[in-house]
Write a protein that binds this ligand. Structure first.
Ligand code: SER
Length: 441
């Protein structure tokens, strides 16, 4: 099953369970200051869960574009981390609850008319004291008790708003995919047990003070990773070999004249370029522009990381613009607006790449000198002001500085960096109020 077929099969399955199929929402949240970017299928639906707004239909299904950068440094280093991914989600707003959500997830995954995954390879987790979910998994679905694990951290929330205990479904990909540790089990960081679906039993509303108020109506919020399930169905060692990402790896490998699967180092860089390529195209398609603040900075950082990983593979010339066509080739069927905005996306990416390249060489050179000086002096911490100068003068993302330092066994003096950053913010604020100019960056 291709990624596109899987997305459609999921939407159609839930349409047959009386769900309204909606297109993905934009990555830019509407009226939700608690979020910079949409990072979960449920995020656009918060007012429906809390009862502030009424949905068109009490059951909705989507495949939602998501950006998450909390794990950006893991991207390319594991089989499953991404900055951009699609989350398949079926939602109940005060309608069905645990029993149906669990039964339908199981049916879609294991029934031979749908994904036909072997039931004996699936494990589930539940919130520590969720006896109701335990009973459903054990008695209705007939999952053996030893494959139902109670976990304290099975509680899901994002920013403020609706949240609740959750139950996750994992696939055991086999011992050969594991870390080999005697302790390796569901929840282990290695690649053996892959979480493919999270069923959240949305019962609470979390406010800014961290208080949890029970919701008047109980809801269901589920999230299944499209790329992860595709990797299982397509029997690939990671998401990056699925048809949702591999064409990007092929493009980058060709552009860099390297071969995928030959060295860990270049493989990580190829995966970073593939992942970040999708993110930047979709973000710009949704109206994000590179800047030094907020979601614009998330985009800038992603784009600059991609350029840097290209350079690590020896790509001295710009290479990001042709990537746009490859991304649209993969995602264009699901998100037709991307093709309409093709030239616009290319222009933004081309300009930003060029701009960054002009300063990157200088920044790299300066950082190289700083590292050499530290090493010569036998020191392993870079003063925060030096990192700030790189950021401020050369537009060198400080996270990049930190990563390059870490590769050389050096850490960044974070406090000094933050102090310099705050001082600069103060100066900028003062300058803005002097000029009465709200648009300054
Ligand atoms: N909101 C949950 C998650 O993101 C399930 O959709 O995992």
């Amino acid at each position: 099953m291709t990624g596109n077929e899987l997305r459609n099969a999921y939407l159609e399955f839930f349409r047959s369970k009386d769900h309204l199929v909606l297109p993905s929402y934009s990555l830019i949240p509407e009226n939700d200051p608690s979020l910079l970017l949409i990072g979960a299928g449920m995020a656009p639906f918060k007012p429906f869960f809390t009862g502030k707004m009424k949905p068109l239909h009490p059951r909705i299904v989507t495949s939602q574009k998501c950006i998450r950068t909390g794990d950006i440094e893991n991207v390319g280093r594991t089989a499953r981390h991404h900055t951009f991914f699609e989350m398949l989600g079926n939602f109940s707003f005060g309608d069905y609850f645990k029993r149906e959500a669990i039964a339908w997830a199981w049916e879609f995954l294991t029934d031979k008319r749908y994904l036909n995954l072997p039931a004996d390879k699936l494990w589930v987790t539940i919130y520590t004291d969720d006896d109701e979910a335990h009973g459903i998994w054990l008695n209705d679905i007939k999952v053996p008790a030893e494959r139902i694990i109670r976990m304290e951290d099975n509680f899901w929330e994002i920013g403020t708003g609706p949240c609740g205990p959750c139950s996750e479904i994992y696939v055991d990909l086999g011992e050969h995919r594991g870390c080999g540790s005697a302790d390796c089990k569901v929840g282990c960081d290695c690649d053996r047990y892959l979480e493919i679906w999270n069923l959240v039993f949305t019962q609470f509303d979390r406010d800014e003070a961290g208080e949890y108020t029970p919701l008047a109506k109980k809801n269901i919020d589920t999230g299944a990773g499209l790329e992860r399930i595709a990797s299982v169905l397509q029997n690939k060692p990671s998401n990056f070999e699925t048809d949702l990402l591999y064409p990007l790896i092929e493009y980058a490998a060709k552009a860099a004249s390297v071969e995928y699967g030959k060295s860990d180092k270049t493989d990580v860089s190829l995966k970073v370029v593939a992942d970040h390529g999708r993110s930047m195209v979709v973000m710009i398609g949704d109206g994000v522009l590179p800047s030094n603040e907020g979601r614009g900075y998330v985009l800038r950082r992603i784009l600059r990381r991609a350029v840097r990983h290209g350079r690590l593979m020896g790509m001295e010339k710009p290479f990001l613009v042709p990537l746009v066509d490859v991304v649209i080739g993969i995602l264009g069927a699901a998100y037709p607006d991307l093709a309409v905005k093709r030239d616009y996306i290319k222009t933004i990416i081309g300009l930003e790449e060029e701009r960054f390249r002009l300063t990157l060489s200088q920044g790299m050179e300066l950082l190289g000198t700083l590292i050499a000086d530290l090493q010569e002096a036998g020191k392993d911490v870079l003063p925060g002001e030096d990192a700030f100068k790189l950021y401020d003068t050369f537009g060198f993302p400080w996270e990049l500085t930190r990563e390059i330092l870490a590769e050389n066994g050096i850490s960044l003096e974070q406090e000094g960096f933050e102090r310099a950053m705050n001082e600069q913010r103060e100066r900028a604020r003062a300058a803005r109020s002097d000029n009465n100019d709200n648009g300054a960056m």
